[in-house]
Design a protein around this ligand. Sequence first.
Ligand code: SF4
Ligand code: SF4
Length: 260
Amino acid sequence: MGKPKVAIYDFTGCEGCELQIVNCEEELLDIIANIELVYWREAATISPDGKTPVDCDIALVEGGITTPHDIERIRKIRLKSKILVACGSCASFGGINALKNDLPLDEMKHLVYGDMAQHFETIPAAPMRNYVKVDYELPGCPMVKAEFLKFFKWLLLGKDKWELPRYSVCIECKRKENLCVYDKGMLCLGPVTRAGCGANCPSFGAPCEGCRGLVPEPNVNAALDVLTEHGLSLEDAINNLKMFCNAEKPVATLHTWTKK
Ligand code: SF4
Ligand code: SF4
């Protein structure tokens, strides 16, 4: 059988999810010992050619699709990879990149590139799954180290079924007996956000900002009611939800302040 060939690729993102792999300091040598790493630009001392995807058993792919070139490249990577894993929120459901989708593309390009805007091609930010079959998604901005390690071990052992939690961050938060941040006068997106982070932010007294995306079948209207009952305007409540989830259907269809 041999060791599985693993390639790690990046698209549009901050590379924080790849950094989470680097951050597996204690486990990294064990991981490397059990795989054949065939491509990883971020961790290489000499930058290899990432334009030609390599044959691999597992492709870990970070970042979102935001240019026509990205579409072409992710399709090539898919053809060369037996298993494709979307790592992080940009890759899994659009994440923070999708904030740009509310502005006309030309206006957005000008804001970012100024006078050089005509030299850059861009398309609305989208997750991998919009263009290729994705086998697994590991949401989070960045993806959760503990979840990645658990998943990767599961993958290498060839176990049966991997599923993300289908419940909200509030469940994990309550299990930890945290004081709800609403009781401290803050606002939180935990009720509609997919669990799996161990309610990391509320456990440190900070609100959940929804970086893992929406829980399946979220009650977005109820979330907006709670946010507005606690003092936000409807516009600000919608924008809160949009920060990470603007490419997710129940949020993408909400009216936004940026649309004229
Ligand atoms: S999901 Fe977050 S941490 Fe990961 S690449 Fe995107 S912006 Fe960076
Ligand atoms: S702090 Fe946030 S995640 Fe925790 S219980 Fe309150 S609303 Fe839910």
